[in-house]
Design a protein. Sequence first.
Length: 189
Amino acid sequence: MNVFKKIKPVLFWIIALIAGHLAESIIFGLALNTIVGSMWRDGYESNATAIITVYAIIIQIVFCIVYTVINTRSVTFRDEMKAEIKNKTPVFDVFKKYYLKNAVFEIPVYIIFLIPYTLFYAFSKVDLANSFSFEKFYISELWSYIVSGNGFLGLLISVVIMFVILNAVRFIVMLIMRKNLIENSVTLQ
């Protein structure tokens, strides 16, 4: 039971990454693939890259919000937050306790998750006019590979951007949750 409790957040992170990337690639395929492919084919690679970059940042913010909100919906988490509020624990200490510890497994899993595309990028040429489903699966990271022109740098930029966005979203969601718990609870006021 204790082993499952430790592995559950890792499995949830893996499932979230796979589901998120599938959704991101489907949305891109339906909304932007034709436009970006035409721009790329017509020689407007920088415009196509700009569209992908904007899309990627927006979709990563959405992914991080959904992932964070799902994780904060449990009664246990809310009870733990109420206890932290009662103890007058500083916000950053609560953030470290509940979120920064996750970086121990989230960052390595995300790096492993990106290795297949990093290798693909290192040994092939990006052609958004004729891209594969595999490339679209990693559309939210593709911009960093194109902009950097290097697989390793693309991986590094992707990891940094993802975790800056994820932790910023987590911090904001935690502040909003904390505020709502204080305002809506008679015992915490």
